[in-house]
Design a protein around this ligand. Structure first.
Ligand SMILES: Cc1ncc(COP(=O)(O)O)c(C=O)c1O
Length: 390
C-alpha cells in the first residue's frame, strides 16, 4: 500500500465514522484524568481492580529490585526465570491442567499456538465472534478455516460433517466473549470435540478471575471428564498485569515450546509482570468471592440500564454491550459522555464488531462503587435520550 492508498483508506474510515484515535490518559492517586478532567472509566478490563492494588504494586517493585526490568532474551535463551516457572505452576494448578506456558501477551499466545498446531491440511472451526488474535492465528496457520454462527452448535456440527475425514480438526472458541459478554456452551462443545476427535481450544481471557468456583474461569466449573486441550488466557485483564499463557498437557507444552514461533523468537516476560500476575493470583486464592462480587455489581448496573428503557440482552457477565448500531451515533454518544459527564467509554465499531452492531462496551469492575454505577447509568440515559437513541 503506497501513501496515496493510505490517505484514501483514512478518508474512507472518516466518512464511515470508523476512524480510531489515541487518547493519552493520566493518573493521580489511582484516579484517571483526561485533559486535566477527572474521569470514570467504564471500559477497563481490570475486572477485579487488582492492577492498582497495594500488594500487587509492591510485588512488581520487589521483582524489579530482585531481578531487572527486562529479561534480556527469549525464554529458551536466558529470559526464563524462577518467577515465570512459579507463575506457570500456579496457573496450571488453578485451571486444573498439567502444565502452563507464559507468553509475552495473549495475542502472541493465540498466534503462536494456532500457527504451531494447525497445518495446511487441517480444519479449524472457530466461532464467528472470536477475538482477532485467534482469527489471525488461524489465518497464519494456512489451515482450512470455517466460522460457525455464534454459539450455534448445529451449525458447527454441520460444518464438521461437510469436511473430509482426513486432517486434524480443531474447535476454537472464547468462554466469555470479549465484545458481547455472553458465554459459550463449553460442555456441549467438549462433547462435539469428543465425537469428532477434534482438538478443543478455549480462550478464557475475560473469564479468568471472574468466573469459576475459585476464579479459574468458566472451564473450572465443568462437570465433564474431558477438559479443553488448551486453555489460553491473558495476564492483562483480571490479573491486572501484562502477558499471556496457555494451560495444557505436558506433551502439548513441550511441543509449543519447541514449535511456537511467537514464543521462541520473542523476549521473555518482564519479571515485574510475572510478579504482578502471581500477586493477583494469590489474592484471588485468598478471596475467592471477588468474581462473584464483580458479577453482582454488573448485574445491578444491567438492571438499572434495563429499567431506564434500554433494550438489553440477557445479563451474562461483567461485559455489558449497549447496542447502538450506527457508527456515528455510537461515537457521538461516547463523546458526550466523556466531555459532559467525564465518562470514558470508547465506541466499539467494525471491524472489532460486525457491521451494523456498533456499541458501547460497558465493563463493570470491582473498583466501581454503587454511587458511581448510578451516576454512570443516569449519564448514559440522559445522553442517549438527547441523541434519540432511547
Ligand atoms: C479473547 C481475547 N483473547 C486474547 C486477547 C489478547 O490478550 P492480550 O491483551 O494479553 O494481548 C484479548 C484482548 O483483548 C481478548 O479479548
Amino acid at each position: 500500500m503506497n501513501e496515496i492508498n493510505m490517505q484514501q483508506e483514512l478518508i474512507r474510515l472518516e466518512e464511515e465514522g470508523l476512524t480510531r484515535h489515541l487518547r493519552p490518559l493520566s493518573m493521580c492517586k489511582g484516579k484517571y484524568f483526561f485533559s486535566k478532567q477527572k474521569i470514570l472509566n467504564l471500559s477497563s478490563n481490570d475486572y477485579l481492580n487488582l492492577s492498582g492494588n497495594r500488594k500487587v504494586k509492591n510485588a512488581a517493585i520487589k521483582a524489579i529490585k530482585k531481578y531487572k526490568c527486562g529479561t534480556g532474551a527469549s525464554p529458551l535463551v536466558s529470559g526464563y526465570f524462577d518467577i515465570h516457572c512459579e507463575l506457570e505452576n500456579s496457573i496450571a494448578s488453578l485451571l486444573g491442567q498439567e502444565e502452563c506456558i507464559i507468553w509475552g501477551s495473549g495475542f502472541l499466545a493465540n498466534l503462536g499456538i494456532l500457527k504451531a498446531i494447525a497445518k495446511r491440511d487441517d480444519y479449524i472451526y472457530a466461532d464467528k465472534l472470536v477475538h482477532a488474535s485467534l482469527i489471525d492465528g488461524c489465518l497464519l496457520s494456512n489451515a482450512n478455516l470455517f466460522r460457525y454462527r455464534h454459539n450455534d452448535l448445529n451449525h458447527l456440527e454441520e460444518l464438521i460433517k461437510k469436511s473430509p475425514v482426513k486432517g486434524k480438526k480443531i474447535i476454537v472458541t472464547e468462554s466469555v466473549f470479549s465484545m458481547d459478554g455472553d458465554i459459550a456452551p463449553i460442555a456441549n462443545l467438549i462433547q462435539i470435540a469428543e465425537k469428532y476427535n477434534a482438538l478443543f481450544i478455549v480462550d478464557e481471557a475475560h473469564a479468568l478471575g471472574v468466573f469459576g468456583k475459585t476464579g479459574g474461569g468458566v472451564c473450572q466449573d465443568l462437570k465433564t471428564n474431558r477438559k479443553p486441550d488448551i486453555i489460553v488466557g491473558t495476564l492483562s485483564k483480571a490479573l491486572g498485569s501484562y502477558g499471556g499463557f496457555a494451560a495444557c498437557s505436558g506433551m502439548i507444552k513441550k511441543y509449543l515450546v519447541n514449535k511456537a514461533r511467537s514464543y521462541i523468537y520473542s523476549t521473555g516476560l518482564p519479571p515485574a509482570c510475572a510478579a504482578t500476575a502471581q500477586a493477583s493470583l494469590n489474592i484471588i486464592q485468598e478471596y475467592p468471592k471477588l468474581g462473584v462480587r464483580t458479577l453482582k455489581k454488573a448485574r445491578l448496573f444491567h438492571t438499572i440500564l434495563a429499567k431506564a428503557g434500554f433494550r438489553m440482552p440477557p445479563f451474562n457477565s461483567q461485559i455489558i454491550p449497549l447496542h447502538i448500531g450506527d457508527n456515528t451515533k455510537a461515537v457521538k454518544l461516547s463523546k458526550i459522555l466523556l466531555e459532559r459527564y467525564g465518562l470514558l467509554i470508547p465506541a466499539i465499531r467494525p471491524p472489532t464488531v460486525p457491521v451494523g452492531t456498533s456499541r458501547l462496551r460497558l465493563t463493570v469492575t470491582l473498583g466501581h462503587n454503587n454511587n458511581e454505577l448510578l451516576y454512570m447509568a443516569r449519564a448514559i440515559e440522559k445522553s442517549a435520550r438527547e441523541l434519540n437513541i432511547l
